[in-house]
Design a protein around this ligand. Structure first.
Ligand code: GLU
Ligand code: MG
Length: 437
């Protein structure tokens, strides 16, 4: 049977899913202007495919315009169709960005960072995931043997990343059962999130081609490990010089980076509904899992929401260029564009408010009671998605970072997701998320 090669124009949405429409590859140039039609209510399709309460109903028309810089075309293994997709922005028919286009929301956040601080974001996403077929295996954490067994998978992921224009950094057999971690090389601006999304899709593509079923769910089972998304961030000036590091600064953070980190931590409880947006995200964000349970800055501490990453004197890369901090309170139920937009807005808010650089912790904060935590300026992060949504809705500063109506629609979306899980046990809820992420 003949096949015609197709290209999918797509966009990551509020549910963290990547949705789009396919057109013949031969029309690529034409579609850069025409785009593909899109429907407003699609934004309320939850990860479980149930449509949450939508203010748009059956009304309205939009257009998804591909950005050719994001084109992914990968030659597949013998006999299989090639992979072609391109990311885009959702716009009104007159070209204005749609309020719920995640890529446009990130572009606006990055523009605010540029205006307020004169810097460009430089960063990379690190993703953990599990291959369901391998989760029964034990004794393999970080081992050479486990890597050798999955060398075909790992090398195919890396080759596909490179073909897609994503610079591979590392891939490894992580600690958890059947768990792997893949890290992309750093990029500037919106490409940071684009490449995160592309990397996730590539892992799915390669795994399926090899007969594997991967899951990026935040946690499969509270008795096991979580799958985190760690977002490494630093900043560049107009000349491309790193401006995050200051050897004299507190924790070696430059002024701008220190205020940015302070902003993230100040507003973390109100943005976590975006960076860790599933019901099971809050099973992962508990103490002693190397995730994030408090709004703390960590120095050489992997139980912190923001961790200052180590720099080495013996690397071939200069200290200032190595220096970065890592946001650890995210997972792959989050749309990477939206999560990064929330982090950037919080950081820029910290710069505008000229917040002091927080103290860094190197201790177990779960041993402190609420008063002791409060005395040191820490809070326990929301422990359910409902509580996180209340903090988001209830914070007028945070609501204002997003386009008009965004908060209401986002909260309705998440309430639709929560409603789908009504009456299910914790095990069934974990299974439901594992099936869709
Ligand atoms: N799996 C941990 C998480 O849920 C992270 C472990 C690590 O530090 O790589 O974030
Ligand atoms: Mg890891």
């Amino acid at each position: 049977m003949r096949r015609e090669e197709m290209m999918v124009a797509c966009c990551g949405d509020l549910s963290g899913k990547v949705r789009g429409k396919a057109f013949p590859v031969s029309q690529f140039d034409k579609r850069l202007k025409r785009g593909v039609g899109w429907t407003p209510t699609n934004v309320q399709i939850t990860c479980f495919d149930a449509i949450a309460d939508s203010p748009f109903g059956s009304l309205g028309d939009l257009v998804l315009i591909p950005d050719p810089a994001t084109r992914v075309s990968i030659e597949s293994e013998a006999g299989a169709p090639n992979e072609n997709f391109v990311l885009g922005n959702i716009r009104y028919l007159d070209g204005r960005p749609w309020e719920f286009c995640t890529r446009s929301i990130l572009e606006a956040a990055l523009a605010r960072l540029k205006t307020v601080a004169g810097v460009t974001l430089y960063g990379a996403f690190e993703h953990e995931f599990q291959i369901k077929q391998l989760t029964g295996e034990i004794g393999k954490a970080f081992t050479l043997a486990a890597f050798q067994e999955e060398r075909h998978f790992c090398e195919a992921v890396v080759a596909a990343m490179r073909d897609a224009g994503v610079t591979p950094d590392t891939i490894l057999k992580e600690f958890g059962a059947g768990q792997f971690e893949v890290t992309m090389g750093p990029q500037k601006g919106v490409t940071i999130a684009d490449h995160s999304l592309v990397t996730r899709e590539i892992v799915g593509l390669v795994a399926r081609e090899l007969g594997y079923d991967p899951t990026f769910t935040p946690i499969r089972d509270p008795a096991g490990v979580g799958n985190g998304v760690h977002v490494h961030l630093s900043m560049l000036d107009d000349a491309g010089t790193p401006v995050t590091h200051d050897p004299q600064g507190k924790h070696e953070l430059s002024d701008v980076a220190g205020m940015f980190v302070a902003g993230i931590l100040k507003y973390l409880d109100a943005i976590i509904a975006i960076t860790a947006p599933s019901v099971v995200s809050y099973l992962r964000l508990t103490p002693h899992r190397w995730s994030a349970a408090f709004n703390n800055l960590g120095f050489r501490d992997r139980e912190a929401s923001v961790r200052i990453c180590p720099v080495s004197d013996i690397s071939d890369i200069a200290r200032a260029a190595q220096f970065n901090f890592e946001f650890r309170a995210a997972d792959a139920a989050a749309n990477p564009h939206l999560a990064l937009a929330a982090i950037v807005h919080a950081g820029v808010q910290g710069i505008e408010e000229r917040l002091p650089v927080p103290e860094a912790t190197q201790e177990d904060l779960s041993l402190l009671d609420a008063d002791a935590l409060a005395a040191r300026g820490f809070i326990r992060l929301p422990q359910t998605l409902e509580a996180a949504l209340e903090r988001f809705e209830g914070n007028p500063v945070v609501r204002d970072w997003f386009p008009a109506g965004f908060t209401e629609v986002y909260v309705k979306h998440k309430k639709g997701e929560i409603a789908y899980l009504d009456g299910k046990t914790q095990g069934e809820i974990c299974a439901a998320y594992e099936a869709v992420y």
